[in-house]
Design a protein around this ligand. Structure first.
Ligand code: ATP
Length: 241
């Protein structure tokens, strides 16, 4: 579904943040990214979502060479790969439902952001997705009153409603209590197994990666040093990170 070859990100006149990163991603996989602070985890997710410029490498999405397609290719990725920040930005004064249906700031025409108007099919689709994430009782609550875990799940619903096939979540459980973190990751896991949504999440703390992911990718100093499937990391592998 995604094929990344020799991804390189260099800051102009500055350091190289990612070097020769290559891997493939299948639909429905739940991939955890691990690595020390500054190893390039966020940059990798941003690069996959084309939120940061690539300095080199090739990017195939569903068999098509994205960079050869110019703007059309970039728009495809922007739609298909949703980058979720650690603390998702929501419109605080709008309800969960409006946040989910209006969409992310970058994807929404200005007039819809201002009016908050919804079409009927937007409304139904948004409510269905909110229900799938177990937040039906929060649909009409203002975003400013949601808990951290609820905000994460509303951001996930928003991404799905707007056509995301890949959720690239940057530390989605940082700062959440264990019960809430479990809930967020269980929802992501369910989306992966039942709806074939691909999840790529930075999961650095505790054993979340081992518990939820079916694959762990490890970064060290901008390089991919581990790609392990279906098992825990060995002590020797942990030393590589
Ligand atoms: N725009 C930028 N300009 C210069 N350096 C940058 C830029 N963005 C990231 N970096 C550097 O790239 C490196 C990797 O950053 P990144 O945020 O991807 O790390 P990370 O693995 O997510 O770290 P953490 O776990 O601390 O969030 C860091 O050293 C960071 O300072």
């Amino acid at each position: 579904m995604l094929r990344i070859s020799n991804l390189r990100v260099q800051i102009p006149g500055g350091p190289t943040i990612l070097k020769n990163i290559s891997f493939e991603v299948q639909p429905g996989q739940f991939i955890a990214i691990k690595g020390a602070s500054g190893s390039g985890k966020s940059m990798l997710l941003k690069s996959l979502a084309l939120q940061h410029k690539w300095s080199g490498g090739s990017y195939y999405f569903e068999g098509e060479d994205i960079f050869k397609q110019g703007l059309a290719g970039k728009l495809k990725i922007r739609r298909a790969v949703a980058y979720l920040e650690e603390k998702p930005s929501l419109y605080q004064n709008k309800t969960s439902l409006k946040n989910v249906s209006i969409g992310a700031v970058t994807q929404t025409p200005a007039w819809r952001r201002w009016t908050g108007m919804l079409r009927n099919d937007d409304y139904m689709g948004a409510m269905d997705t909110i229900e799938k994430l177990g937040l039906l009782d929060k649909a009409h609550q203002k975003a400013s009153t949601l808990s951290g875990g609820e905000r994460q799940r509303i951001a996930i619903a928003r991404a799905l409603v707007h056509g995301a096939k890949v959720i690239a979540a940057d530390e989605p459980v940082a700062g959440l209590d264990p019960h809430t973190a479990d809930r967020v990751l269980s929802d992501l896991k369910r989306l992966a197994t039942e709806q074939r949504v691909t999840v790529i999440a930075v999961l650095d703390q505790g054993d979340w990666a081992e518990r939820f992911a079916d694959r762990i990718i490890g970064l060290n100093n901008g390089e991919l040093v581990l790609d392990v499937r279906g098992r825990r990391l060995t002590e020797r592998e942990k030393m590589l990170l």
